[in-house]
Design a protein around this ligand. Sequence first.
Ligand SMILES: *Cc1c(COP(=O)(O)O)cnc(C)c1O
Length: 381
Amino acid sequence: MDSTKHRFETLAVHAGRAADPHSGAVTPSITLATTFERGADGGYPSGHVYTRAGNPNRDALEAAFAALEGGATALAFGSGQAATAAVLQSLATGDHVILPSDLYHGTRYLVRDVLARWGLAADFVDLRDLDALRAVLRPATRLIWAETPSNPQLRIADLAAIAGVAQKHSALFAVDNTWATPLLQRPLEFGADIVMHSTTKYFGGHSDVLGGALILREAPGGPLAERLRAIQRLSGGVPSPFDCWLLLRSIPTMPARVRLQSESAGRIATFLAAHPRVPVVNYPGLATHPNHDVAARQMSGFGAMLSFEVHGGEAGAMAVAADVKLITRATSLGGVETLIEHRASVEGPDTATPRNLLRLSVGLEHAEDLIDDLRRALGPA
Ligand SMILES: *Cc1c(COP(=O)(O)O)cnc(C)c1O
């Protein structure tokens, strides 16, 4: 599959999905074996040794990840958190990392509660403010981590501008691209070195498989690629062959799913923005979003995630979540079913997320049915 010749939808269908040369099967088979036969000469004729180090289903999935993000190297992990942990573990004691103040809470806790004990220093800043970013740079800063749009307030970080700061400082620039998906945003094209995905979300798309991915600009064999490959193999946070198979089964429909989900999200955001009980809607596709212009520059669509604040504080938000009938109350995102979540109560007591904020992951139901559900739950204006 020549990923330079084809468009995204075509790559999504074909990357890593050639017909099986042995059986002729049009869809991939699952190779459950944990170990692979050596040749009489001691070699490994299949190219595989042991499934923690590599497996045909994982190879195929990694080929698809690389093609879709336009990277040279891709690594699959058993969850988004395992992928994030691998990036952080590639740093050394005494290194310093800068992360956004609004980001996936698991990333914050991984840095603060796990990696800090290994001597990793960190600052959390509002990455929309480049002066604030520059102010926390230290000689030991090795990594700038962005998440855009961010979870849960959909802040937009200017990828090209941050890449410039990172490059000047010889720091790595990594982007959690989970909420945008590579259909709508490809950070490597804006100068990022590493793209991370929780493939649990839009890649899987059906709320039935956990996974994570790292995609690098660097070719296999380069120092960063080798270090991350060693961490993947040695710490063992790898996906099972069946998980790889499920993800690869879901990727061909990702462009169609994400496009329709994003279109519905735009309609829902417009409805909410006009509702008198909703003082704030966070959706980068709205012209009123403070970074709409940056989003429009670096995204080809605005995604299917949004959050909004409700009058009446936490109780008001909880009451709306309690009253939806079609929409499901649950955490996570990116699946075919629309989910609503009171985010602050999931993130823990020290969260900065507004108590009256609800997060919506827009699924594949008809947008008007979702709007009807929200209109009824919000109650009379
Ligand atoms: C879900 C999520 C993660 C964590 O991924 P898991 O697959 O749950 O480990 C990281 N970043 C973002 C933006 C997410 O939404």
